[in-house]
Design a protein around this ligand. Sequence first.
Ligand SMILES: [Zn+2]
Length: 216
Amino acid sequence: MRTVLFHGPSGSGKDTQVDLICEKFGFTKIGTGEAMRKLYEEGDPDAVRAHDDYAVKGIFVESELIYKIAAKYITRFDQNSDWAFVSLVRKADQIPMFDELLKNCNRTLDKFIHFTLSEEEAVLRRSLRWYCPTCQATYHEQFKPEKVKGVCDKDGTKLTQRDDDSKETTLSLLREYNKDIEPILAEYRNRGVLAEIDASPSIEEIHAEVVKQLGY
Ligand SMILES: [Zn+2]
């Protein structure tokens, strides 16, 4: 029964890596976004409150409420399987809440895997992403290029880039993320469970490093 927490900035390929681990080793992926979505659909009063009072107003859901929802959500999974939590500790005040959550299901955190992304790499990755303003199809210069350079495969519209893919936005988002995550990383480094993995190599190389860190 392994318990692993994954974190990484947007563009670090974190979700791809967690999906690979789930596919190959049968981990259950647990994230707060999905928890809130599922419980909201089921009409859970806390999830409805998180949606109506925070999410739709563009306000960050307060930590107590997130963890109340997460505590309910995790009861539906096999309690003896390996769990991969994704981005559950976004602020330092959530560390004791995450501890409590684990304690209540008789788990201890085996590993905190953090994907680090340099500013140069983050900017480069974002600059490779394009989308079609007509049908919203997305393209990637390296992984999913369009057939005819610069135009949408489906409707021939000229491709463009999202505002939040601009260099300044990418950098400011990454710096904000790093500022929030640093004290959290320091705590788990202290506890001896932190593994920091460079997110710049290929998906396969990063996966091999994750597998090594998990002790397989
Ligand atoms: Zn299109």
